[in-house]
Write a protein that binds this ligand. Structure first.
Ligand SMILES: *Cc1c(COP(=O)(O)O)cnc(C)c1O
Length: 495
């Protein structure tokens, strides 16, 4: 029996996993959700000693049931290979009494690689399976990390094109350089005059436009999405939480069945939702702790039950979390409404019209698994410094937001459950903020000049991803206004 995927906004929609991956977003604007979260077929004990690839197979086969065993194994093999700088793929590092799950050992040194190195393979396999005869055009909005990881993943993948939109001035220097130097004859990147939410809205509107869809089809194209709204992103992200639990067991850090807490620096709510799904698959997770930066719309939501994006959009030192509309939250809203599509559509309608909505008391009761906190800019920087001074371990700004929230949670609740922090980026990617935090960014130094200093300070070798951009040629210079994204896409595709 195949697991079916439903739209959060329309109960009559039912597609297979491969169809959901190809479409990205449902036609009604809803997100695809599995009709139920499958249980892991392995016992917790059996997770001990599994490689990352084996764990990936154990998790993904439960969700992507219309892929054959061979197809899935092939996708996994191609994705989690020497593009990662460690065979462990996602090492779990113990610092003091906390575990950092390092998700930044892939090609673009941020956690987006965990899913985006496999998504292109899942998508091309899905295309064959569904006899797609059109070229797939991936549209992605990025707050900095998705864009590069998606471009790297899809570069020169046959049958695909990729167009990425990022907010001009809203990403780090390293992030921007990574994107504008990306090679590949099928990749384009556009800087928009607006913020991430503008970029994401523009992409969603293009997905929703029937007229554009028809125009594309006439020229042999169809859209899909590499954003975390795609179930093909979400499912591979469940894997590392299962893997982390296996590692904790294997290393004798926990007893089988012992609860852990997971702390996730959150933007679009994809990563933490994957942890939530891992819990529902059977991984003993006590609290899912949602960590926000000063754009603390999610913190306020968990505290009050009201999601309100009517506020100033702040640019912070953790730009990949500078988001006011967290798309994946819709999947949680759907779940806590007991899969009530009407309620979900109503609330999402309110979000669109009024910029805010409030969930019912019954829905709030279903949020017991979550806790939330946020870190100010100062608290984030202080955390980087504190951990560095105490242990010599250097974390990036996003991870530092989570580390602060983790510490704050422990103090506030006295909960002694062991905590795993999702460490989402290499400090090299946000070198300026990191070096400033540890007091080693002497004055005027350019971001790129600081890279060598970070190497000395952290004693972690400069990743290949950084070496590669230092003398790479800028290949992309497109820019457009936030309301002109569709025209830009047409220009690029020659429509
Ligand atoms: C994307 C990103 C996040 C936020 O993850 P979501 O799944 O969008 O919540 C956090 N940290 C880094 C470094 C990221 O790239």
């Amino acid at each position: 029996m195949n697991l079916q995927y439903k739209s959060t906004r329309n109960p009559s929609v039912e597609v297979t996993a491969s169809q959901a991956i190809l479409k990205g977003l449902a036609d009604d604007g809803g997100l695809f959700v599995p009709e139920k979260i499958p249980a892991l077929a392995l016992s917790l004990e059996e997770l001990k000693g599994l490689s990352y690839q084996e764990t990936a197979f154990a998790v993904m086969k439960e969700f992507l049931t219309d892929f054959t065993e061979e197809e899935l194994k092939e996708c996994i093999r191609k994705a989690y290979d020497s593009k990662f700088d460690t065979e462990e793929i996602a090492p779990l590092v113990k610092v003091d009494d906390t575990y950092y799950l390092e998700l930044f050992h892939g090609a673009t040194i941020a956690f987006k690689d965990m899913a985006l190195s496999i998504l292109p393979h899942l998508m091309t396999t899905a295309a064959k399976k569904n006899h797609v005869d059109k070229e797939i055009v991936i549209l992605a909005a990025t707050s900095g990390d998705t864009g590069k990881a998606a471009m790297a993943g899809f570069a020169d993948v046959e049958g695909t094109r990729i167009i990425v939109f990022y907010p001009k001035g809203g990403v780090s220097k390293v992030q921007e350089l990574q994107m504008v130097t990306q090679r590949g004859k099928n990749v384009d990147v556009v800087a928009i005059h607006g913020n991430f939410d503008d970029a994401q809205r523009g992409v969603k509107e293009m997905f929703g436009s029937q007229a554009l869809k028809e125009e594309l089809a006439a020229d042999g194209y169809q859209f899909s999405s590499a954003n975390s709204i795609n179930i093909g992103r979400l499912v591979p992200q469940i894997v590392y939480y299962v893997y982390a639990y296996g590692k904790l067991l294997e290393n004798g850090e926990i007893e089988s069945g012992e609860n852990i807490n997971v702390v996730v620096p959150t933007g679009n709510f994809g990563n933490i939702l994957a942890a939530c799904y891992a819990k529902q698959m059977g991984i003993p997770i006590h609290k899912l702790i949602c960590a926000s930066n000063e754009n603390k719309v999610l913190f306020d939501f968990f505290r009050t039950g009201t999601y309100d994006k009517n506020r100033e959009f702040l640019l912070t030192t953790s730009p990949s979390m500078d988001i006011l509309v967290s798309s994946n939250l819709e999947r949680l809203i759907y779940q806590i409404s007991d899969c009530d599509c009407e309620k979900d559509a109503e609330l999402m309608g309110l979000l669109k019209q009024k910029g805010k909505y409030t969930i019912t008391p019954a829905m709030r009761d279903h949020l017991q698994d979550f806790d939330a906190g946020y870190a100010s800019e100062q608290e984030t920087a202080d955390m980087i410094r504190k951990i560095y001074d105490r242990t010599g371990y250097v974390i990036d700004t996003h991870t530092a937001v989570a580390a602060y929230v983790c510490e704050d949670y422990k103090t506030r609740t006295k909960d002694e459950t062991k905590c795993v922090i999702a460490s989402t980026a290499s400090p090299y990617k946000f070198v300026k903020s990191v070096m400033q935090a540890i007091g080693q960014a002497d004055g005027e130094k350019d971001e790129l000049e600081l890279l060598g200093n970070l190497e000395k300070v952290s004693k972690v070798e400069m990743p290949k991803a950084i070496c590669d951009i230092l003398d790479a040629e800028v290949l992309h210079t497109r820019e457009c206004d936030a309301d002109k994204m569709e025209e830009e896409v047409k220009k690029i595709l020659g429509l």
